[in-house]
Ligand binder design. Structure first.
Ligand code: BGC
Length: 252
């Protein structure tokens, strides 16, 4: 059962379903994270089975916070840009709760979870004002936070930049697909950041996603005006944010 101050988080991505028990005092994982490959196709039922397997493997019987790469409103999935389209309209909170024997579940957007985690424990913990976190991966996710309060379900990766969706221009997957150099890719990221900063005027951007590990290669090449800092929690941010959300009863 839950030790005080601990919560379980699961981050569902295109390639892996990752989870772990989080110490909410520090934002650290209590044990090594568990990773199971995302079933293909990643239909709701197949993913729910994987989630149940992961929680059983961790021998966890308390509440669970879960992220999806989707807009999630009141437990229901509204978009599915980079996962199986059958998710749209699915009551994910109900689905996961049933797969986990009826226990309490919170479901939220993956970038929102990362934003909550970076804001409390990571790169944004000392930062004030308006913080915009962007995750660069298969798509671009966003979390907008003002003095620690999250505005859920912003989808800045789908903002139009120069006649193209931001994530089609500057996701990390585009760098790989088109074999771009960091210089070429950073020029595209800069265009996205300039569009966002002209509309939102954030105090700072936090850059997350796997490619933020190599931030020294590309953050110095950005030409937008707002400072950009690299995310701190790297591949555990989604897990930690999901755990925070379920423990705080945040259900966007
Ligand atoms: C989705 C977002 C998600 C992001 C990162 C986008 O394509 O629309 O909801 O946060 O990818 O996974």
């Amino acid at each position: 059962m839950a030790a005080r101050g601990q919560a379980f988080g699961i981050d569902i991505g295109g390639s892996g379903v990752k989870g772990g028990l989080v110490d909410l005092a520090t934002g650290d994982l209590v044990h090594e994270r568990i990773k199971i490959p995302t079933p293909q196709p990643s239909t709701p039922n197949a993913v729910a089975e994987t989630v149940a397997k992961l929680v059983a493997q961790a021998a966890w019987d308390g509440p669970v916070g879960i992220t999806l790469p989707s807009v999630v409103i009141d437990g229901t999935v509204r978009t599915a840009a980079n996962i199986d389209k059958n998710w749209i309209g699915t009551d994910a909170r109900n689905l996961f709760s049933e797969a986990l024997g009826g226990r309490e579940v919170t479901v939220l957007n993956d970038a929102d979870a990362a934003g909550l985690a970076e804001d409390r424990y990571g790169a944004a913990k000392e930062l004030t004002g308006l913080v915009v976190l962007l995750t660069f991966g298969t798509g671009i996710g966003s979390a907008v936070m003002y003095h620690g309060t999250l505005v859920p379900n912003t989808e800045l990766g789908h903002m139009e930049v120069g006649g193209m969706e931001a994530e089609h221009r500057a996701a990390a997957s585009i760098k790989d697909r088109d074999d771009l150099t960091y210089e070429q890719w950073a020029a595209e990221v800069s265009k996205v950041l300039v569009t966002i900063e002209n509309l939102f005027w954030p105090n700072v951007f936090v850059a997350g996603g796997g490619i933020s590990r190599d931030y020294r290669e590309w953050i110095p090449l950005l030409t937008n005006r707002t400072p950009v800092v690299a995310a701190d929690l790297k591949n555990s941010a989604g897990i930690v944010g999901a755990a925070m959300a379920v423990s705080a009863g945040i259900a966007p």
